[in-house]
Design a binder for this molecule. Sequence first.
Ligand SMILES: Cc1ncc(COP(=O)(O)O)c(C=O)c1O
Length: 467
Amino acid sequence: MQFPAEPFRIKVVETLRPTTREERVKWLEAAGYNLFKVPAESIYIDLLTDSGTSAMSDKQWAALMVGDESYAGSRSFYRFESVIRDLFGYKHVIPTHQGRMAENLLFGAVVTPGDVVPNNIHFDTTRANAEQAGAKAVDLVVPEGLDPQHRGLFKGNMDVGRLDRVLDENQGRVPIVMLTITNNSGGGQPVSMANARATAEVCRRHGVPLFFDACRFAENSWFIQQREEGQANKSVKQIAQEMFALGDGCTMSAKKDGLVNIGGFVAMNDGALAERITHRLILVEGFSTYGGLAGRDLEAIAQGLTEVLDEHYLRFRIGQVRQICEALTDAGVPIIQPPGGHAVYLDAKAIAPHIPPAAFPGQAIAITLYRDYGIRGVEIGSLMFGSEDPVTGAPIAPPLELVRLAIPRRVYTEAQLAYVARSVIEVHRNAGRLKGLRITHGAPFLRHFTASLEELPAGVPAVPVGR
Ligand SMILES: Cc1ncc(COP(=O)(O)O)c(C=O)c1O
């Protein structure tokens, strides 16, 4: 395996305590086969999420020390604001404690019940916040974005024709269009500059503002520079600036490309909208110059947003993900193609065809990776998104059964990720031994966080929830 060389050296280390399979078997049973409930200390390589799990740099840690904790008018806010204005280009910058609060404030200010909010694909908190404000959230990604084996270069693109039709059919009922870069729920796939421009043009024609969900904007800009015709000679920063100039604002969880462990913001050009959001911000988050964060957090985000544009870093970062994907593909492990920006997605249906969706093939793989190898990923399939027919109680499966292995930024070394690749290859080789699971205790919503499960003996058919 040829991983890209790390463009940093390690100054601080966090000790990992090796655990045995026997210990992990016990933790797994105590956690009801739910990996959200095992102690993080029992994990060797934690690929649950890339959100809030980045390693901060020496300069970010140093920035914490100069944080200005003044309640109002903090110097740290002005630094945060000026970095974001320079990069994103929007006039009004409102800090929030993380991305979902930015979404909550934005949708709370623009949505009227009965509205429609289009996106390429809404991330789950984006969908939940739009719907909680009374809108119908619609996903309009291009068809190849839903085909795991399609090798398209910009599978996160908006289907601009469908967007145009949705805007035509819902005149006066679409307060905002969102574009998620990269498209997390579709495999971390990028959106091209041409597609963002076409999306912006349709929005302008219909008089509807365009907002970016900008969590992974630097990774998206890197893909544009590497893959899109006519973009190779621009810097990643120029590409990001050009893309944001097409829109009217953005929400961002800084826990991704802000390279920090907490934080976010919403930014926009519309002053009246910024004022409405600020009033609500003061009620639920804090004053407009800290918005639920400490002054030091604002400093760390400002520094992180500068570092994330370093092209040596991005080559390394995207290269790590690509390298694992290539190793898995060479070994015949079915994954979402092509590799996206922040995670590897295993195609659980293809790996474990003997386990029906109702018996959670993705969870079977995730459990085995933890129990046998100390690696934590997350099931994104019937456990997370499955539902039941309200009349018959029959399980309804989502289109894909996946296991996501999200790669934290600047955290794991080449040897550790090579270990991940070897472990997944072994699980695939022995996939016939994977056992399905059934839910023994569920929750009414977001059940994957809290449900308890048990393994089914090999060959036993799936039993729907609660039956
Ligand atoms: C595309 C996207 N939007 C929004 C969010 C929400 O951000 P946060 O977790 O900071 O609330 C996430 C988090 O994973 C995301 O991936």
